[in-house]
Write a new protein. Structure first.
Length: 694
């Protein structure tokens, strides 16, 4: 161990101060270590270092510090030095964590953490918790315990025997087309979700998650009403739909409306009456819980639970650990929770990877033999032996992965590319990028050259193919800006017409988006936003490239409970065309509320926003765009992972342009690198195997 650097608290504090000054750590991380030092002056330096690093990991999305992994691979686990580290920091070269921790054994670190005044092994009131070799800040350890306990309480709760489900499921799912391999996973998902008070339905884009959940809700209402013409006012379930952001809620509204219109109800006793018992509108999770301005608390909690029997949360990969704990706290004990999402996407921006952790075994299913037998009886479709595992855990029996994409045809370049990235096959990824696909383009800009990306940003075409031009599937930003000008209502227009225009502009904006892996650097969003604004201004599509002006898209970067806006919401700046506020700039956001389709906010009230011509892939979670230009930098970076690449690819519905400044080798390296967030959520100690749930 490099004893000189951490042989005293003062030397350690000086090191942490230098790391913070160079933006390796947040000031908050150092302040937390200082707080512990003040509380217990005799605290060992290794304890204070662990506290600062545990806080640092929270800022990176990890709920804890994995001590053994940190000692084994400190630079990878901690991502230090960071992406934009100064090559000449104040005070000279900075020691990296590998040097600081060199020679330190896990036993030594654990011994230093054996201070009951600051670190507990479980329940208590210490600021730190040590569990399973992981160091937590207490609030996040408690959130993890609350989520695990709430799930465990719901596992194995059989709602209906298989025979009661069979007729209704057959009515909701007509016979599958001949030749399709395996069972109808949507039907299996409905069966298992009806069987349990907790369920996860996961799958990639276009696998039918929304269609499945609408049929599930029809099934649950049919069962609740007893399969007969019962009193629908007293017997029907209270169902709520939610999503993490306003944009995700608005997308869910559209998807639910389409799925409701296609819902086959002729074979159910309640028939068409069920359509009116399934909610058609979703809200944000924060609005559902009743967020309170200037506080982390919610109006609904264990003492004031939600009036709900079934809660469905879409885009659950975006829900962080603390918010998931708040959801469970607000649910009545008998209420069902159904999570929808893509387990392979990047995890939430905030700390925790709840969906990914819970779905670690989803691809292999791991159904117990008795579960497989039950599924066969309930659905009439046998589960193959490849999906059966006598050692499967209780949690596995509540999860279904949808495996057939209805969005991307077999010849789709986007679909093939997403699958190859998920499979971790770099050479197949390269072959797909180099092939010719109607929905995929691969752009190799020359060193430092952004002209191709400029053309992409304006017209959706980089000119990489002779005669290539914008098409309805391949728009650039010109489309939404011309829509803003061309479709502007007359000065005497009413509010409904103005709202409709704003919605049309928001929809047009969603036809194209530039995404980048990084925030900083030549190919990061900070520089790309400035460059794209200049290009659009030069094309006379926006009046200026800086400040507030009509057409400026903005991204909310911090939850604002007072305004009802959440981290990740996107709005467009518009000049009000009619009424008493005519000419005034307002930012229009999709509200996710059918009764209030647009949320108008004065720019002066938006304290945490940034221009959104280019977004990081992380910030684009929960969104879909007709055409995505995914920009990769020139050199490798720890941020570039398989999950990030997959998430960026699957934001595209119709066309994908991959712009790789680092060429094909950078793509290969990215596919080969995975990210796993430190967490103990899926540990078997709290979610044990439970063979009594058949």
């Amino acid at each position: 161990m490099n004893g000189r650097l951490i042989d005293s608290r003062r030397r350690l504090r000086a090191l942490l101060g230098r790391w913070s000054a160079s933006e390796w750590l947040r000031p908050l991380d150092v302040a937390f270590a200082d707080f512990l030092w003040r509380e217990v002056p005799e605290a060992p330096p290794l304890l204070l270092l662990g506290a600062a690093l545990a806080s640092h990991q929270l800022g990176r999305g990890h709920v804890c510090l994995d001590l053994a992994a940190t000692l084994a691979e400190p630079e990878r686990v901690l991502a230090l030095p960071p992406e934009a580290a100064d090559s000449a920091p104040p005070g000279g070269r900075l020691p990296v964590p590998a040097e600081v921790l060199a020679g330190l054994s896990l036993a030594e670190w654990l011994a230093a953490l054996d201070r009951p005044a600051l670190v507990a092994r479980g329940a208590g009131n210490t600021p730190l918790v040590l569990a399973g070799g992981r160091l937590y800040l207490r609030r996040y350890w408690q959130c993890e315990q609350d989520v695990r306990r709430a799930i465990a309480q719901r596992l194995g709760a059989t709602a209906a025997p298989a025979v009661a489900l069979r007729a209704a499921l057959d009515g909701l799912f007509p016979a599958p087309a001949a030749g399709l391999p395996g069972p109808d996973w949507q039907k299996v998902a409905c069966a298992l979700a009806a069987r349990n008070a907790f369920a996860i339905i996961t799958g990639g884009p276009g696998t039918g998650k929304t269609t499945t959940v609408v049929r599930l809700l029809a099934l649950l209402q049919e069962l609740a009403l007893g399969g007969s013409a019962a009193d629908q006012q007293t017997g029907a379930l209270r169902i709520r739909l939610a999503a993490p952001t306003g944009k995700a809620a608005a997308r869910l509204n559209e998807a639910i409306a389409g799925a409701l219109a296609r819902l086959p109800l002729g074979g159910l006793a309640q028939g068409e009456a069920l359509r009116g018992l399934i909610p058609a509108t979703a809200t944000t999770v924060h609005r559902l819980l009743g967020s309170r301005p200037e506080t982390r608390r919610f109006r609904h909690h264990s003492g004031h639970p939600l009036a709900v029997d079934v809660l469905v949360i879409d885009e659950a990969s975006m829900v962080d650990l603390e918010l998931m704990a708040a959801v469970f706290a607000a649910l009545p004990p008998a209420a069902r929770l159904v999570l929808l999402g893509d387990k392979d996407q990047l995890a939430s921006v905030e700390a925790g990877a709840v969906l990914g952790e819970l779905c670690r075994g989803a691809a292999e299913a791991h159904y117990l033999p008795e579960t497989a037998e039950w599924i066969g009886a309930a659905t009439g479709q046998p589960i193959g032996p490849e999906w059966v595992d006598p050692q499967g855990q209780a949690l596995d029996q509540t999860i279904v992965m949808l495996r057939r994409s209805h969005r991307f045809a077999a010849e789709s370049g986007i679909g093939q590319l997403a699958e190859a990235v998920n499979d971790g096959d770099p050479e197949r990824v390269v072959a797909i990028l180099e092939g010719r696909h109607a929905d995929l383009a691969f752009v190799l800009p020359t060193a430092g050259e952004q002209t191709a990306l400029d053309r992409l940003a304006v017209d959706g075409c980089a000119g990489e193919r002779p005669g290539a031009a914008a098409t309805p599937q391949r728009q650039g930003y010109r489309h939404y800006l011309e829509t803003m000008h061309r479709r502007q209502p007359a000065p005497d227009a009413g509010k409904a017409e103005v709202d409709g225009w704003a919605n049309e502009v928001l929809s047009a904006y969603a036809t194209f988006q530039v995404l980048s892996a990084l925030r900083r650097g030549p190919w990061g969003v900070e520089r790309l936003n400035r460059q794209i604004a200049r290009v659009l201004c030069a094309a006379s599509l926006i009046p200026e490239s800086d400040g507030w002006h009509p057409g400026r898209p903005v991204l909310v970067t911090r939850n604002d409970y007072g305004l009802g806006l959440m981290n990740g919401d996107i709005g467009i700046t518009l000049a009000i065309p009619a009424g008493p506020d005519r000419g005034t700039l307002r930012v229009a956001f999709a509200s996710g509320d059918a009764g209030r389709p647009v949320r108008w906010v004065a720019p002066v009230r938006l304290q945490a926003v940034e221009t959104a011509y280019a977004l990081t892939v992380h910030k684009a979670q929960g969104s879909e765009f007709g055409h995505v230009a995914l920009v990769l930098p020139e050199t490798a970076n720890p941020v570039l992972t398989r999950e990030l690449l997959y998430t960026g690819i699957t934001r595209a519905r119709s066309f994908l342009s991959v712009v790789s400044a680092g060429g094909l080798q950078l793509v290969r390296d990215t596919v080969a690198r995975r990210v796993l967030r430190a967490s103990g959520l899926s540990g078997e100690a709290v979610l044990p195997s439970d063979r009594s749930s058949g």
